[in-house]
Design a protein around this ligand. Structure first.
Ligand code: CA
Length: 104
């Protein structure tokens, strides 16, 4: 995932009702469209952690920060998911390094 332009396009595509914010179903549909195969409750948990004003919806900035961290964490996880089966064995120290390295 790359330029601000493409992120703007992803947001506008996700914002089906053109409200300027993304609801839970809009976020879930968008993340799935981007190729992340995640259970709904996982996506809701991720979404809520970026919903800074507790509005139940994500602004553009909140959504982009969520996508950036999701992409970064996924890339890090894949280094440990050596069989590409969605599971990994990871040492505690490596786990902490992984999580903290994506906080920008
Ligand atoms: Ca919307």
């Amino acid at each position: 995932m790359g330029t601000l332009d493409s992120w703007r396009r992803i947001f506008e595509t996700a914002d089906r009702d053109r409200s300027g914010k993304l609801s839970v179903p809009e976020v879930i549909a968008s993340i799935r469209t981007l190729g992340f195969a995640l259970p709904e409750d996982t996506m809701v948990t991720m979404m809520m952690s970026y919903d800074d004003d507790r509005s139940g919806q994500l602004t553009y900035d909140e959504f982009i920060r969520l996508l950036a961290e999701l992409s970064a964490l996924t890339a890090q996880f894949r280094r440990f998911d050596t069989r590409s089966d969605g599971t990994a064995t990871i040492r505690y120290a490596d786990f902490l390094s992984l999580v903290f390295s994506t906080k920008a």
